[in-house]
Design a protein around this ligand. Structure first.
Ligand code: DGJ
Length: 729
């Protein structure tokens, strides 16, 4: 290829604002660069768009063009590295897109037309590549939005056609990557209620491994849409090449990992096409969800920090802002409360020193009072017997105690025993000719119906309109979708996909009117966490399992993908661990309590009050600092993790005993992320009243702490130890 032409093309791809570039007959190379990485696409002379590289960035951009010649992406049936594999023509491997045209024909052959690069700001650029079928008036635009400093890319597709009648999308992935390495190791997760985020790592061999969900809502109850793939060998915390991915979609998803005949890893991520052929009208654009990914050549720790910085800067609501510590009443009262009891809890909130009281399930329903999980869901009128003076009374009491007030809702759901069900049986997802199937005695509302969207938005809007000082909402979702059928949808096969679009429509309306109010994403435990939902929420509930040792493992696995300030960790009475251990575990994310404060002994209460104050002192490090995992609980007696502020002047280290074996305990643990040339003072935090720290307050260089380490002296009787690391003044 003519070098000066290539240079011009590369230059224009990088520095022009929304420049349209069309391919000549030669190979066109499109590198997509971030701080450390490059993803390289190539347009062949016959206008196929292929992916030829994903790895460390090269110094000389002109060398990207030589990559395809070095690597073998082909076999007997052609090349396998199409950047968005269509089906029914040349490619017979797993497709990213499969369609049935208006005339019933099932062939698609997408060819490159042009691409544009739009510089959104110094950090963010958008590359859009237009592909078109040569026979049918059908086109796809592939979008790659890069976050340069974070080394993160979001990829999605926009599909449209101008055929005479509807086209059916049989598969419509967001992204299709082709990665070349000497081996691939997939770490993914499985789980169920109270045992979320159980990891499994396996070598990928030839054939297809799929992780997916068909549950509708609570979509990641069994398998969440997050994963990591190590290249060449399983990556460690601080070494090895590893890619993280997440489909930003709060519904049925499907991610295929195919090791193809030429030993490439073909990764296809998108909405699950199971029972979901999508009927697309002419002229309408179908925008797939975004698939977000990052690649690190320095192991899992760096990949996490990349993704977490991106999430705080660009995705989650108020990612660089504060969070509210809270007292929740779910496990202390369940459905059994009234005004005097709640007034007492509001005083306890103040006494504990947290910011807010969160009233959970059970405050609504009159004809069918919500006194258990079998009735009342959908009837969002305040229960007059429990709360004769309305929510306003609680907001007022909260104010009198100088704390904030938040409330639980589950607006997508309905109990058959409810006035809502009686009035609007057609608003419910159920098969018209089959018996209803329930999860937790409830059904899911048909959000595809705009009237239901208005209703769900109205639940939130009504609460805020009547109580402008309401400070927080916990949005729950306790049922999956059985019997998927919508009385509203014309095409039943659009239903699963339209449900999630409708959910996002409602959340868009909520955020348009209430842009910053904190919302917790909860789903009968942690059944719905992904970056599609976190765009609207400030935090999520990882699991109903708050037994603290189990929680360490669940929080640990989530820490690979989500920043600590999004992880709602509540201290409860689950398990047999002392209060100090429970509080120390909850403090590694966003701290909350769900215990009866009145039952705490005086020293326990004093400990909790001090811990809340300490948490506030270190909240900036925990919420906005860089996270370093030091010792994995699956490989060590002691789990250890730390957060360092960006200036590297202050850090907090959490250490937890996770083994009950006789000699289990810590030895020296190397710290990370400090300045080697500065001196730091170490001191123990959260020492229980009447106990003495065994960590002598002392000064060490950053070099010493990161080379030799510090022994937090974790052992039986000192099962959790928190250490403050402060630059010596
Ligand atoms: C399930 C949630 O995970 C719990 O925290 C609690 O809010 C209950 N629902 C209330 O029904």
């Amino acid at each position: 290829m003519n070098k000066s032409y290539l240079n011009t093309l590369l230059a224009s791809a990088f520095f022009c604002l929304a420049t349209v570039i069309s391919a000549k007959a030669q190979d066109v190379v499109i590198p997509i660069e971030t701080k450390d990485n490059a993803l390289v696409l190539q347009v062949t002379p016959d206008k196929l768009l292929n992916m030829v590289y994903f790895g460390s960035k090269l110094t000389d951009k002109n060398e990207y063009g030589a990559i395809a010649k070095m690597y073998n992406f082909s076999g007997t049936i052609g090349s396998y590295n199409n950047a968005y594999t269509s089906s029914g023509t040349r490619n017979l491997l797993e497709p990213a897109i499969a369609v049935t045209h208006a005339d019933g024909n099932k062939s698609l052959d997408l060819k490159y037309v042009n691409h544009t690069v739009t510089k959104i700001n110094d950090d963010v650029s958008l590359l859009s590549i237009k592909l078109k079928d040569s026979v049918y008036d059908f086109e796809v635009t592939l979008n790659y939005q890069t976050y340069y400093n974070e080394d993160v890319t979001e990829q999605w597709s926009v599909i449209t056609h101008h055929e005479k009648k509807d086209v059916v999308l049989n598969k419509y992935a967001s992204a299709n990557l082709c990665i070349k390495a000497g081996g691939y190791w997939l770490k993914h997760y499985h789980g169920d209620w109270a045992q979320e985020m159980q990891p499994e790592e396996e070598a990928l061999n030839h054939g297809i491994k799929t992780i997916d969900s068909k549950l509708g809502t609570r979509a990641d109850l069994f398998e969440p849409p997050v994963f990591m793939v190590s290249l060449n060998k399983p990556a460690g915390e601080d070494e090895g090449e590893v890619m993280y991915g997440n489909l930003e979609w709060s519904g049925n998803f499907r991610i295929d990992f195919e090791v193809d005949p030429a030993n490439n890893l073909r990764l296809i991520a998108g909405i699950n096409n199971f029972a979901a052929d999508y009927v697309l009208k002419p002229g309408v654009e179908f925008t797939t969800p975004k698939f977000v990914y990052t690649l690190s050549s320095k192991g899992k720790g760096e990949a996490s920090r990349n993704l977490q910085s991106w999430a705080r800067n660009y995705k989650i609501v108020d990612g660089n802002g504060p969070r509210l510590t809270l007292l929740n009443n779910w496990e202390s009262t369940y459905f059994d409360f009234n005004e005097p009891k709640l007034a007492g809890l509001l005083k306890d909130t103040k006494k504990l020193g947290v910011d807010m009281f969160l009233l959970d399930d059970g405050w609504f329903g009159n004809k069918y009072p919500r006194n258990g999980d079998h009735a009342g869901l959908g009837d969002w009128q305040v229960n007059k017997a429990k709360l004769p003076n309305d929510i306003a009374y609680l907001v007022k009491e909260a104010k009198a105690n100088d704390v904030k007030f938040g409330i639980w809702i589950e607006p997508e759901m309905v109990n058959p025993k409810s006035e809502l069900y009686e009035k609007h049986p057609d608003w419910v997802i159920k098969q018209p000719q089959r018996p209803e199937l329930y999860m937790r005695n409830q059904l899911v509302l048909d959000l595809t119906n705009p009237k239901v969207q208005d209703f769900v938005f109205g639940v939130v809007d009504d609460l805020f309109t009547k109580n402008p000082e309401l400070a927080y909402i916990k949005w729950d979702c306790n049922s999956i979708i059985f019997n998927a059928y919508s009385a509203y949808e014309k095409n039943q096969s659009n239903f699963y996909t339209d449900y999630v679009f409708a959910l996002y429509k409602v959340l868009d309306r909520v955020r348009a009117k209430y842009p910053k109010v904190p919302l917790m994403l909860c789903s009968g435990g942690g059944g719905r966490v992904d970056y599609g939902a976190l765009k609207y929420f400030t935090e999520y509930w990882p699991s109903d399992d708050t037994e603290p040792v189990e929680r360490i493992f669940i929080q640990w696995e989530n820490s690979y993908f989500y920043p600590a300030l999004t992880s709602s960790n509540h201290v409860t009475d689950w398990g047999k661990q002392p209060i100090k251990f429970r509080v120390d575990v909850a403090m590694m994310g966003k701290l909350g309590f769900d215990i009866v404060i009145g039952k705490l002994k005086p020293d326990e209460l004093a400990f909790c009050q001090n811990a809340v104050a300490t948490y506030k002192q270190f909240s900036d490090e925990i919420w906005h600092g860089d996270q370093y995992r030091l010792q994995n609980p699956r490989e060590n007696d002691v789990a250890s993790i730390m957060y360092v502020n960006p200036a590297k002047t202050s850090a907090i280290m959490f250490n937890y005993l996770v083994s009950t074996r006789y000699h289990a305990g810590s030895s020296a643990i190397k710290l990370k992320g400090l300045n080697p040339d500065k001196m730091y003072t170490l001191s123990e935090l959260n020492v229980f009243p009447g106990r003495r720290s065994t960590i002598a307050e002392a000064n060490y260089s950053g070099k010493f702490l990161m080379t030799v380490g510090v022994n937090p002296d974790v052992r039986d009787g000192r099962a959790s130890v928190l250490i403050a690391v402060k630059e010596t003044k």
